[in-house]
Design a protein around this ligand. Structure first.
Ligand SMILES: Nc1ncnc2c1ncn2[C@@H]1O[C@H](COP(=O)(O)OP(=O)(O)OP(=O)(O)O)[C@@H](O)[C@H]1O
Ligand SMILES: [Mg+2]
Length: 408
């Protein structure tokens, strides 16, 4: 593959970076695409594994067939077999009608099994069978069915380690690992780090009408020297948070928003500086879905707008009004972020408001979030995947809400 083809591929899939290991991964994906080989995509959390199966499918002979991405970690253990292989009517409580699973639906196409390390052992045996012979059996049925599905799996955990602990079948590992595509960690592609920051920051400022953030040289050094355990996802999070919160603090002399290392370090993880908890969560390797993060950022921006509004009102108010007691705006942000952690730090300090008012607002926010979720679930007849998509949150977050508020 020549460098022009590679660049075209990157443009098509919005892939940034010039790293040699990234280029190798993309070239391997293109080389194996036209074969029917099973592929295992490995790499730490947040390195961009999800691009690879799409590239493979869309450049394969199956490109006109169906493509499904299934997150094995997001499906409850009790329903995963039925999701993958389907079920017969009456095979368990709630199985009101016979349902096709992904392996039947994707016949002639590609199935991307993400977080394959989370698959229960019993399902692993069934997966091995379908990989070896194309055969599977619906839950509650005795009829063997055939399917023709190409499987691409991904994991951010070490499957060999899981095999050692008896949690992953060695035979399945070797069957999946026919071709392995390893996505490099961000700390190993230092020359791409600043490129990513600029791209994420400028996309963000364009989207939200913010001033572009410019980093000083020592701030760039800080970015490049950090380990980025949450990889590209973590960097994107930092870039967007910095842009959201710093872009209005313009340097008076230049009228530009220049961020130095000290300011940037406020947004970097605790051991390297002092960090907003929302970013710290990522640094522990928690894989917060992008949709959740987008909601948190939106919540931060909404809060900031409200705070500015309040500040303007207080500025024109009487001294008595100005002395209203402090309240925790961070709590509100948490509800807006559907339970995800967010810092009250910067925001909470800006203005004092009435605690009762905040409490009332918390309750009404919680209520409106519940309403949105309930409506989405109703609209999609209880289909959590579609409901989560509509609300713009991850399936996992939706499950947490359903469990916490007994929505089913
Ligand atoms: N080369 C890239 N260029 C631009 N954005 C990227 C690139 N690689 C990844 N991203 C972005 O980084 C984020 C994380 O990528 P992705 O979801 O594919 O990670 P992952 O490897 O599947 O992580 P996990 O194992 O936690 O699921 C996404 O927002 C994705 O769009
Ligand atoms: Mg992923």
């Amino acid at each position: 593959m020549d460098s022009q083809d590679l660049q075209r591929l990157k443009n098509k899939y919005d892939i940034i970076g010039n790293d040699a290991a990234l280029n190798r991964a993309l070239e391997t994906a293109m080389a194996v695409a036209p074969t029917d080989l099973t592929v295992l995509v490995t790499g730490e959390s947040g390195v961009g594994k999800e691009n690879i199966p799409k590239i493979i499918h869309q450049n394969s002979l199956r490109k006109n067939g169906k493509y499904f991405a299934v997150n094995c970690g997001a499906i409850p253990e009790g329903t995963i077999d039925s999701e993958l292989f389907g079920h017969e009517r009456g095979s368990f409580t709630g199985a009101i009608e016979t349902r096709k699973g992904y392996f039947e639906e994707a016949d002639g196409g590609t199935l991307f099994l993400d977080e394959i390390g989370e698959l229960p052992l019993t399902s692993q045996a069934k997966l091995l069978r379908v990989l070896q012979s194309g055969e599977f059996i619906k839950v509650g049925s005795s009829k063997v069915q055939k399917t023709d599905v190409r499987v691409i799996a991904a994991t951010n955990i070490d499957l060999l380690h899981q095999i050692g602990k008896g949690k992953f079948r060695a035979d399945l590992y070797y069957r999946l690992n026919t071709i392995q595509i390893r996505m490099p960690a961000l700390r190993d592609r230092k020359e791409d780090i600043y490129l990513f920051f600029r791209k994420f920051s400028s996309d963000f400022s364009e989207k939200w009408g913010k001033v572009k953030v410019i980093l000083t040289n020592d701030a760039i050094d800080l970015l490049i020297g950090y380990r980025w355990p949450g990889n590209i996802r973590e960097l994107k999070n930092v870039a967007e948070t910095v842009t959201a919160l710093e872009s209005e603090r313009l340097t008076p002399t230049s009228g530009r928003c220049v961020v130095d290392a000290i300011t940037l370090s406020k947004y970097m993880p605790k051991d390297e500086g002092n960090l907003l908890p929302a970013v710290a969560g990522e640094s522990r390797g928690d894989s917060m879905p992008d949709s959740d993060r987008q909601m948190i950022i939106k919540a931060i921006l909404d809060l900031k707008r409200e705070v500015d509004d309040l500040r303007a009102r207080l500025d024109s108010a009487t001294p008595e009004v100005r002395s209203l007691k402090a309240a925790d705006l961070g709590e509100e942000a948490e509800w807006q972020g559907l339970g995800a952690p967010v810092s009250s730090g910067e925001i909470g300090k800006v203005v004092d408001i009435n605690p009762q008012e905040t409490q009332d607002r918390d309750l009404s926010l919680r209520k409106s979030n519940l309403e949105i979720i309930t409506k989405a679930l109703e609209k999609h007849h209880g289909n959590r995947k579609l409901a989560a998509k509509e609300v713009g949150i991850s399936e996992r977050t939706l499950y947490r809400w359903i469990e916490k508020y007994h929505l089913d």
